[in-house]
Design a protein around this ligand. Structure first.
Ligand code: EPZ
Length: 419
């Protein structure tokens, strides 16, 4: 199992590119199942989760050509298997995103229930109930969701709580349904909006992208197109925090600051300087001591839950006390015990982490538990004195493209070992 060793204390300096968004790539790949025409997707990040989704499409019968530089070309005219097997789904819950497209275009899908994961039980009841409202007959047995429909019909569906992939699954299903579907309390994440744009390029008729009400008028069929995946806002903000906690000065290219208003405001509240030298460039410098910032995670445009762990590291090194409330997932503080091993003073009260800033962290062996938690351990290692050895780094590879290479390019003392 690979490990990452970080020797902290180096202020990050330099310029690195931001990769395409994992959470825009996964629904876009699933959406290709809605047509038998050729689709080209560019700016695809090289991530384990993307490889898993391509593997899943391949076993459905997709013809896939991957060009490292140019992206992927997918032809689903030969799709003839509508089963998403447990051994794939359990490694990546976003596999559930093939359910809507398969039922909408082929009238059937057998999807393994994703099961829980480290950050919570992660139910998919809203995906299932939404498809039922659109006319699908769905049974759950032997750990599989079996869905059947002659043709889905439009429905008005209220989503509570806000669900990102639930919104995406139902939007994709509605694109080929008979009639109008209205998704109320829909997710407003940029990745959801980007999927709506992509679907409309395929001939779908979706209104309201970016708002909490999506109106989808189904069409008979969708056609081929090409699409460029948007930048990864979570990767962007993760590197912004890396600059903050090492008091560095870095520039991120191929970024989209407009999707990061809330995190940028919080970083500025912490005393970090954030500038936009170009529309797709963000410069972050942190010469001064960090100030603690209180925050509460919530659906977009609120503060992203995927940045909660990273901000715990920043607050751990700020001068004062702060509170971070996690309202989206029920168990997303596993990284806290690992950060405490590095000397962080974090006290958990229910869904609130009370952070007492310390002068410095001390490197130690730690273990990654989930994708964003593992990124926070890297950030802590970058700031800590001495060496931090992170195990189970496969979690990091799911969501960060070549993280040690990008950080090394910024002057970090970081390397991966295959133990
Ligand atoms: C997406 O997960 C992201 N994944 C997650 O990113 C992200 O943390 C999450 O949205 C919240 O922003 C992808 O986009 C592939 P939800 P998703 O459905 O869609 C409850 C990462 O690190 N819920 O928005 O699975 C659920 O339990 C990952 O890249 C139901 O109750 O999350 C949670 O409490 C981690 N029933 C809340 O909604 C449902 O049917 C939000 O979950 C669905 C969700």
């Amino acid at each position: 199992m690979d490990k990452i060793i970080v020797r902290g204390g180096h202020a990050l300096r330099g310029t690195i590119p931001i990769s395409g968004a994992k959470n825009a790539t996964l629904p876009a790949l699933a959406a290709t199942l809605l047509t038998g025409d050729r689709i080209h997707l560019s700016n695809i990040p090289h991530l384990k989760d993307v490889t898993t989704m391509l593997e899943l499409l391949g076993q459905h019968g997709s013809a896939i050509t991957v060009d490292e530089r140019l992206g992927v070309e997918i032809n689903n005219s030969g799709v003839n298997n509508f089963r998403a097997p447990y051994d794939l789904v359990r490694t990546m819950r976003a596999s559930i995103l093939v359910m809507g497209p398969l039922v909408a275009r082929h009238g059937m899908a057998e999807i393994s229930l994703p099961g829980g994961c480290a950050i919570g039980s992660r139910p998919v009841n809203l995906h299932i109930e939404g498809l039922r409202k659109m006319g699908a007959e769905i049974t759950l047995d032997e750990g599989y969701i079996r869905a059947r429909a002659n043709r889905l019909h439009g429905a008005t569906i209220y989503l509570d709580p806000v669900t990102v992939t639930g919104t995406e699954n139902l939007m994709m299903a509605a694109a080929l349904a008979d009639g109008r579907t209205i998704l109320e309390n829909a997710a407003r994440e940029p990745e959801v909006s980007d999927l709506a744009i992509f679907l409309n390029k395929m001939g779908a008729r979706i209104q309201g992208a970016g708002t909490s009400t999506l109106i989808i008028d189904g069409v008979e069929e969708l056609h081929g197109t090409q699409h460029r995946i948007i930048p990864d806002r979570i990767e962007t903000a993760t590197f912004m925090v890396a600059a903050a906690v090492t008091h560095g000065d870095i520039t991120l290219t191929d970024a989209d600051p407009e999707t990061l208003e809330t995190p940028i405001q919080k970083l500025r509240d912490a005393g970090v300087i954030v500038e936009f030298p170009e529309p797709d460039r963000i410069r972050i410098l942190a010469p001064d001591p960090l100030k603690p910032v209180d925050l509460e995670t919530s659906p977009y445009p609120g503060f992203p839950t995927d940045l909660q762990a990273q901000m715990l590291v920043l607050n751990s090194l700020a001068q004062g006390v702060s509170r971070i409330a996690e309202t989206v997932f029920e168990n997303r503080f596993m990284h806290v015990s690992e950060l405490q091993r590095l000397g962080a003073d974090i006290r958990i009260h229910g869904n609130i982490a009370e952070v007492h800033g310390v002068d410095h962290l001390l490197g130690a062996p730690v273990m990654a538990t989930d994708l964003r938690a593992s990124a926070s351990l890297v950030l802590a290692g970058l700031a800590a004195r001495g060496a931090t050895v992170i195990s189970r780094v496969y979690h990091i590879d799911r969501g960060y493209e070549r993280i040690e290479e990008k950080l090394h390019a910024l002057g970090a003392d970081i390397q991966r070992t295959s133990a």
